[in-house]
Design a protein around this ligand. Structure first.
Ligand SMILES: Cc1ncc(COP(=O)(O)O)c(C=O)c1O
Length: 443
């Protein structure tokens, strides 16, 4: 039995047409402008429904937040309780709730000696870099080719830039900033150095030539699938940070809370100076956090205004999101983190199933996986950087597979190399039906 095929109808299309009239591109965040154009009405557990009533088993998880499953009742109940004391409680002074969340994070995340809350990943990475610049008195920063750290000027560059734009592999450290859009001042671009992931030589090269304030990286590049660090790479970054005096920032917006509370830093054993969390932290509610070493974090409230980076936000620590984050963390901590063990089992089940399908059909492909997130690369090996991926992966086949899966009611996000995420609401039976659909689609 295969998964059911979806029925097309015009409702999604007409919603898009209406919205395009009033919203640029018809969507509120450009990465959502994809084909097929679907409007969604409801999400529950492992599933979501489009406006035409088609049900999809969801592996996109809203770009990562859905770790417990959509619309989790435990998290929603905490939000409802907090609603009674007023959603704008964060507008003056402090409150018990935000102190409780910060304490929970400090007691469960090694790198977190203090926490500052924001709303989005973008705000948190922007503030992390500002803090690093203030602390080091330097302006230059290093980011990763193929990485994504938000949409502010420092990092709005080079995610999936075609090789004919950035050029072939060149000498260490000589990749140019290619902005994701217009409006980033040239003078600012000159402060940002793009290097390839898994390449310590380039870090060293840039550090020898520029005063580097910070290096920011996802510890696994998760905006081009699951691109893992080579053994020793993250420790190499730590050593270079110590040698050259830059601030090492792990962007755990996607990896944090998904693999462990402390994200991939906990798993790798490498401790950055600062880390940023968001997405799975509150299972879909709006929150992010900048955490790190006390001596750095304390600068945010330094008595000397010349030393303080400006950090402010009307909705920072919004009580509904804070309540959602506490409830999510409680669920993740329950029974010694048994959720993570279950998610890992589901991840292993789908990985071995897909590997079997690829092998039995003689298809060149690998499954890169970390815990509950995976990505199928149609190439002979797991990619180690964007150049490797862009020159070897079969993008057409990847896209074709995603479109066919969506047709069968299984939502693999329709953009090549975007990873799939399993939630705690997925079941073994869901994984089996996914493998049956993949069996048909890979034929
Ligand atoms: C690793 C990473 N960092 C930062 C961000 C930016 O987060 P936000 O979209 O909440 O601003 C994203 C968003 O996808 C991300 O994947």
């Amino acid at each position: 039995m295969s998964a059911t095929h979806i029925h097309t109808s015009d409702t999604s299309k007409s919603i898009f047409e209406h919205n395009r009239e009033y919203i640029p591109g018809g969507v509120m965040s450009l990465p959502r402008r994809v084909e097929p154009e679907l409007a969604f009405e409801k999400a529950e557990g492992a599933y979501m429904w489009d406006a035409d009533g088609n049900r999809y088993l969801d592996y996109h998880g809203a770009f990562g937040p859905s770790i417990l499953g959509h619309n989790d009742p435990h998290v929603n109940a905490a939000v409802e309780r907090t609603l009674k004391s007023g959603p704008d409680l964060c507008g003056s002074g402090t409150n018990r709730l935000e102190g409780r969340l910060a304490e929970l994070m400090c007691s469960n995340i090694d790198v977190c000696e203090m926490a500052q809350l924001f709303n989005t990943g973008t705000e948190a990475t922007m503030s992390a870099l500002r803090l690093a610049r203030g602390a080091t008195g330097r302006d230059h920063v290093i980011v990763m080719q193929g990485g994504f750290n938000g949409s502010h000027n420092d990092v709005a560059c080079n995610v999936m830039t075609p090789l004919n734009v950035i050029g072939p592999r060149v000498s260490p450290g000589e990749y140019k900033y290619v902005s994701l859009g217009s409006g980033v001042p040239l003078a600012h671009q000159q402060l940002v150095h793009i290097i390839n992931f898994n390449d310590l030589e380039s870090v060293q090269y840039v550090c020898e030539r520029y005063p580097i304030a910070a290096l920011i990286t996802e510890p696994i590049l998760q905006n081009v699938g699951i691109m893992k660090p080579h053994p020793g790479y993250l420790q190499g970054l730590r050593d270079l940070a110590d040698k050259y005096g830059f601030v090492l920032i792990f962007d755990e917006v996607k990896t944090g809370f998904r693999y462990s509370l402390g994200g991939y830093s906990k798993i790798s054993g490498v401790r950055p100076d600062l880390a940023v969390y968001a997405k799975a932290m509150a299972n879909g509610y709006v929150i992010s956090a900048l955490v790190g070493k006390r001596e750095l974090m304390q600068r945010i409230a330094d008595a000397d205004p010349a030393k303080r980076p400006f950090v402010a936000g009307t909705y920072n620590g919004h009580p509904l999101s804070v309540a959602a984050a506490i409830a999510t963390i409680e669920r993740l901590l329950h029974n010694n983190g048994e959720i993570y063990q279950r998610l890992d089992r589901l991840g292993a089940q789908i990985q071995s199933g897909i590997e079997h399908l690829l092998r039995s059909r003689g298809i060149a492909g690998v499954v890169a996986r970390q815990g509950s997130a995976f990505c199928i690369y149609f190439m002979e090996h797991e990619p180690s950087d964007w150049h490797d991926l862009a020159s070897n992966h079969d993008f057409a086949r990847d896209r074709d597979l995603r479109m066919k899966m969506i047709q069968r009611g299984i939502y693999f996000f329709p953009v090549e190399t975007k990873q799939c995420s399993i939630s705690a609401a997925h079941t073994e039976a869901d994984i089996e039906s996914t493998l049956r659909a993949l069996d048909e689609c890979l034929r």
